[in-house]
Design a binder for this molecule. Structure first.
Ligand code: KG4
Ligand code: ZN
Length: 351
């Protein structure tokens, strides 16, 4: 069974082909990073227009790379939420149209669930995949630009949300602190790179304590980094965050990046360890763009007693492969397709 997956919820147009929920045949991604960099973040209208221009060529590339034609595709999976409305619409309308014209069943996929399913891709000829699949019960730490969540899966499609961000997502915090420090978008990789030159113990930034021990909050950390940066830049709380970077000495910027990264990463690792001890899952996976962070991977390896299997970075950031994989598992568990004439997007879809 071969599924074509379409992902367009944010700023990557991703289309991929996956066989049997485990074998990755192609993974075409058209990145918009260069388009949004000059604005320092994602501009929704620019993202939607770029998806519109790129989605059909990206579908064609995914099929060509897999060496398949439409007659060999058994179904289509598409992200219908959560994400930017304009961006989601382009992917959904494309998938709906293709499902009707090519007469294929259509499967609606939750973007955040999709991130977890990237970890089930374990076979490929030539593309990076995971070394082995996770076992259930499965604890998933989902850390992206829009989500920070801890989810316990008893089995496929049987899961419980243990905790989530009550304000900014961790990736959003990386992106905003990067902007404060004058680093290019996307902020996560920029902070990680600069942090290598800094001292993570230079500043002891706070880690939020919340009523639900599995919830996350990064707004206090963000404010603490802003205040420390204003102070090091020679100003007080009135100094605009847009002006801070210009007055910061290079070593201070690196120390701020390293200390922020450590506090953010420790926050999610602490909670993952507590959840592991309480629920004793058979596997722990991390998913979403922030899962690329090497400090996060190092610390989890150090603190968790089980062998961690990490997805390659190409499967952590947004991609069509995770959506195709999730749709395959829907088919394998006899979950029904949706009506292509009535699928509607849901920008605020939750787990
Ligand atoms: O999953 P993703 O591609 O898109 C969303 O669904 O949000 O995640 C993007 C996020 C961005 O906030 C980006 O800064 C962050 O992932 N990110 C990283 C790293 N690479 C990407 N954060 C920390 N360290 C990284 N190496
Ligand atoms: Zn994502």
């Amino acid at each position: 069974m071969t599924i074509l997956g379409i992902e367009s919820s944010c700023d990557e147009t991703g289309v991929a082909v996956v066989e049997d929920g485990r074998r990755l045949l192609s993974n075409a991604v058209l990145s918009q990073i260069d388009l949004h960099r000059e604005f320092g973040g994602i501009v929704p209208e620019v993202a939607a227009r770029s998806h519109l221009e790129g989605i059909i060529p990206t579908c064609q590339k995914a099929l060509a790379d897999a060496g398949l034609d439409w007659s060999q595709i058994d179904g289509i999976g598409v992200t219908y939420g959560a994400g930017l409305a304009g961006s989601l619409l382009i992917g959904a309308l494309t998938a709906q149209t293709l499902a009707i014209v090519k007469d294929k069943p259509l499967f609606a996929c939750n973007h955040v669930e999709g991130h977890v399913y990237a970890n089930f891709l374990i076979e490929s000829t030539g593309l990076d995949v995971c070394a082995k699949p996770p076992d259930f019960p499965l604890l998933a730490l989902i850390v992206s630009g829009k989500h920070s969540q801890l989810v316990l899966f008893e089995d496929h499609f049987n899961y419980r949300l243990l905790g989530q961000a009550i304000d900014d997502a961790i990736g959003e915090a990386f992106d905003k602190i990067a902007r404060l420090l004058g680093l290019p978008y996307p902020g996560g990789p920029s902070i990680a790179k600069l942090a290598l030159e800094g001292n993570e113990k230079a500043f002891a930034f706070p880690k939020a304590r919340l009523n639900n021990r599995f919830d996350f909050s990064f707004s206090g950390l963000k404010t603490a980094v802003l205040r420390q940066s204003q102070h090091l830049a020679g100003g007080d709380h009135r100094l605009s965050s847009l002006e801070v970077a210009d007055s910061l000495p290079d070593q201070a910027r690196a120390d701020l990046a390293a200390s922020f990264q450590m506090a953010a990463v420790e926050t999610v690792v602490d909670k993952t360890v507590i959840a592991y001890e309480e629920y004793r899952p058979a596997s722990v996976v991390i998913a979403g763009g922030v899962a690329c962070n090497l400090e996060l991977r190092r610390l989890l390896n150090e603190r968790l007693p089980l062998e961690m299997i990490y997805a390659p970075p190409s499967l952590c950031t947004d991609n069509g492969a995770m959506i195709a994989c999730l749709a395959c598992h829907q088919v394998m568990r006899s979950r029904p397709p949706v009506d292509p004439y009535s699928l509607t997007i849901n920008p605020s879809l939750s787990m």
